[in-house]
Design a protein around this ligand. Structure first.
Ligand code: CP
Length: 315
């Protein structure tokens, strides 16, 4: 590998090279087996401290970062923002400086504002890992999605990936577009017109196109990635009703039949059954939604290991 991941922080996929991405995925492969053991614990990060600082709700990301830290024998501390001094008016930077004064090795942060992990990285001695910042990036989600795709398709290069839903507000879409196009996949996005940016501002990668409609995006796809409607980030009505959304944009079996016969279905969760994805599709053998969650632990083990100075060759 030319340039394995040797950064202190994981702030996004956008600035990573393809080699760095593959390096993280390969490291995650090495950690995967630990999660299948009866005793799911190794001493790799003994003596290290990981703080999970989540300013937004999370089930999968927060739990899997905590499990990843504990399975590598790091001390993991979860800060609940509702019971922290943030509610007394402490600034974000002061919170970070105070946590940093306790000498953690890594702070995993999720925040509703884009750029918060980047701000913390400037003031913190600990490695900063982005667990989702506003509509900007969710790098570990894209990495676990890539691990799921690699496991089932044995490659990423030259795959056709459809990303369907609320692209505008989706950090998952942004991180995935960066990752998949860097690794040579073609990405087609679709959704309600106001929720699909056509200029993609800074998303300058090749192999990215905006489909006319959901059917065009899904036709011939190897991977169909469905996104949740990010109602918490929408300040106006982008479509008339959820029922109409389901009718025009939801992934039904009929729409999935347009994809390749061996196409797989991904969803980052939490999913809204009957809205962006029909229940029978979500529960079908084509759906790898729970595999994504499973690989999330291995990916986060790899990220914590590498961010705290681990050597990819020794994982
Ligand atoms: N995919 C994802 O980020 O899920 P959570 O919000 O539950 O962490």
């Amino acid at each position: 590998m030319d340039k394995p991941f040797r950064r202190r922080d994981l702030l996004g996929i956008r600035n990573l090279s393809a080699e760095e991405i593959v390096g993280i995925l390969d490291t995650a492969e090495n950690f995967r087996e630990i999660n299948q053991r009866e005793i799911k614990k190794v001493p790799t990060l003994r003596g290290k401290t990981v703080i999970n600082l989540f300013f937004e709700a999370s089930t999968r990301t927060r739990t899997s970062f905590e499990l990843a830290a504990k399975r590598l024998s790091a001390d993991a501390v979860n800060i609940s923002v509702s019971s922290s001094a943030v509610t007394k008016g402490e600034t974000l930077i002061d919170t970070a400086l105070n946590l940093d004064a306790m000498s953690p090795d890594c702070i995993v942060v999720r925040h509703s504002s884009a750029g918060v992990p980047h701000q913390l990285a400037k003031v913190s001695r600990a490695a900063i890992v982005n667990a989702g910042d506003g509509a900007n990036e969710h790098p570990t989600q894209a990495l676990l999605d890539a691990m799921t795709i690699r496991e089932h398709k044995k490659k990423i290069k030259n795959l056709q990936v459809a990303i369907v839903g609320d692209i505008l507000h989706s950090r998952v879409a942004r991180s995935n577009i960066h990752l998949l196009t860097k690794l040579g996949a073609s990405v087609r996005v679709a959704g309600p017109k106001p929720l699909v940016p056509t200029n993609f501002e800074y998303l300058v990668e090749k192999n990215l196109s905006v489909a006319k409609n959901v059917e065009e995006a899904i036709e011939g796809a190897d991977v169909v990635m469905i996104l949740r409607i990010q109602r918490e980030r929408q300040n106006s009505a982008y479509f008339p009703t959820l029922r109409e959304y389901a009718i025009h944009y939801g992934l039904t079996q009929e729409r999935l039949d347009l994809a390749k016969t061996d196409a797989i279905v991904l969803h980052p969760g939490p999913m809204n059954r009957g809205i962006e994805i029909a229940s029978d599709v979500a529960d079908s053998s084509r759906s790898l939604i729970l595999d994504q969650v499973k690989y999330g632990v291995a990916v986060r083990m790899a990220v914590l290991y590498l961010a705290t100075g681990g050597n990819p060759s020794n994982a």
